[in-house]
Design a protein around this ligand. Structure first.
Ligand code: ATP
Ligand code: MG
Length: 431
């Protein structure tokens, strides 16, 4: 008989089926053994009765432990008490591998679960997060391609800093010090002269020394760069992407979000309502009036401020026009608001923090040199990058989205570490 998935069997509701998967839970009684089996699609309760199978099958059913792999044939029967509403009455049982005693049972600390991540990856929670993750990647590709963007790639080894020196990972490159990339940005700015509209989804590396629930040292970064684009259209593109991701996940992952316990009502306004756009100065005022938080002009918004702000809106909010002294050297100063940049952070709802950093890029080579020097960088080291302002410079803009931040937010996770299969942080680089 042809194997079908557990979900296909549940949809079929009745009849004889063949399934294969792993033991999720098991409980033995005198003449009956209950095996809850899982595969990538769902779980189903299977009941093995001593008088319905061979002697060997009955012995095997009594021997198997959690995570053993097996093939089962049986008849479906509706059963309201079973975890997914159906029970499989087993007529054939073939154990493929008898697992040793699985090291994970209930009530383990999060740190232990991370120590055995290669095994905890099979948990229902992570299985469902990984499905949402797959949808998010697909949505990003589909969105950009639907607007005629080309997928373009930048190197991971780089001689330059783009997001400030403090989070650079140094690598010994045949005796010379270079870095792991923090962003594709500088290379993307070179790429638009060939392709005009480009995007990528690739790992970025940042040696984050702070232990927060939203920073990884290796994360997947969806980035886009567009020639001829100005600030307002840049924000439109970013808003459209977030709406498209959330809409797609709501459509394709209802079941997963339900298993994860996500309140999807909170995600619905994101698809329907326009995201507010407020300036940094307005944000300071709002924080003072509505959250009683006073910040002096020129200080970056920290987690507490971003959280307080996000609680005031039921969609993400764009904070624009940050003071240029706290933002990257490549952001363009606003002609109409000197000292502020045409840059924006998009703050997610429910205290999930910044999910996108965006800006129109500085095109004036003199300005770029000045800002690099002000940040203690030697403009000579950026010679190749400055060439992009020497040969046919055009207005352009782009943004970067932290894919795990978006996954953690959409799934309602407590920590970004559960948004990626094998998280890397300051203290964790194994398994
Ligand atoms: P933060 O202030 O939260 O550290 P950032 O200003 O350093 O963010 P950008 O340099 O603008 O972030 O990077 C673009 C996006 O990449 C951010 O909006 C965020 O979604 C994501 N991101 C940045 N750093 C990390 C990290 N360490 N782990 C996961 N995602 C990150
Ligand atoms: Mg940072």
């Amino acid at each position: 008989m042809k194997f079908i998935s557990i979900q296909e069997a549940l949809d079929k509701k009745e009849g004889k089926v063949s399934l294969r998967g792993w033991v999720y839970r098991e409980r033995k009684q005198k003449e009956m053994a209950f095996i809850v089996m899982r595969d990538s699609s769902n779980i189903i309760q299977c009941v093995v009765k001593e008088d319905k199978v061979s002697k060997k099958e009955w012995e095997d059913a009594n021997k198997i432990l959690i995570e053993s792999s097996l093939e089962i044939e049986g008849t479906l029967k509706e059963d309201k008490r079973a975890p997914t509403g159906y029970e499989l009455q087993v007529s054939k049982l073939n154990v493929i591998h008898f697992a040793e005693k699985f090291p994970i049972s209930k009530d383990h600390s999060p740190e232990f679960l991370l120590d055995v991540r290669h095994l905890s990856l099979r948990s229902r929670k992570l299985t469902n997060v990984l499905k949402v993750r797959s949808t998010v990647f697909k949505a990003i590709h589909d969105y950009f391609r639907s607007f005629g963007y080309y997928e373009y790639h930048s190197p991971c080894f780089t001689p330059n800093a783009a997001e400030g020196g403090s989070t650079l990972f140094k690598v010994d490159y045949f005796g010379k010090p270079i870095y792991l990339t923090q962003t594709w940005q500088l290379y993307a700015e070179a790429g638009i002269f060939a392709l005009e509209k480009i995007y990528t989804i690739a790992p970025s590396f940042r040696s984050e020394k702070s232990k927060t629930s939203r920073h990884l040292t290796e994360y997947w970064h969806a980035e886009v760069e567009t020639a001829w684009q100005h600030f307002p259209e840049l924000l439109d593109l970013a808003e459209g992407l977030i709406k498209y991701i959330v809409k797609t996940v709501l459509k394709e992952n209802k079941k997963e979000l339900d298993i994860l316990g996500r309140d999807t009502k909170k995600l619905e306004p994101i698809v329907k309502e326009k995201f507010p756009r407020i300036t940094y100065k307005e944000a300071l005022k709002i924080l003072e009036q509505k959250a009683k938080i006073k910040i002096p002009y020129g200080k970056d918004l920290r987690t507490v401020e971003e959280d307080a702000l996000s609680k005031l809106y039921n969609t993400p909010v764009f904070v624009t026009h940050y003071p240029k002294i706290i933002k990257a050297f490549y952001m363009k100063e606003d002609d109409k608001d000197k000292g502020a940049v045409l840059g924006s952070d998009l703050i997610a709802t429910e205290g999930y923090g910044e999910i996108i950093g965006a800006s129109e890029r500085e095109t004036d080579i003199k300005e770029l040199e000045k800002k690099l020097k002000a940040q203690g960088e030697d403009p000579k080291k950026y010679g190749w990058y400055l060439d992009t302002r020497r040969y046919g410079s055009v207005p352009h803009a782009g943004f970067g989205l932290g894919v795990e931040r978006v996954i953690a937010w959409v799934c309602g996770l407590d920590n970004i570490k559960d948004a990626i299969p094998f998280p890397r942080t300051m203290l964790r680089y194994q398994p």
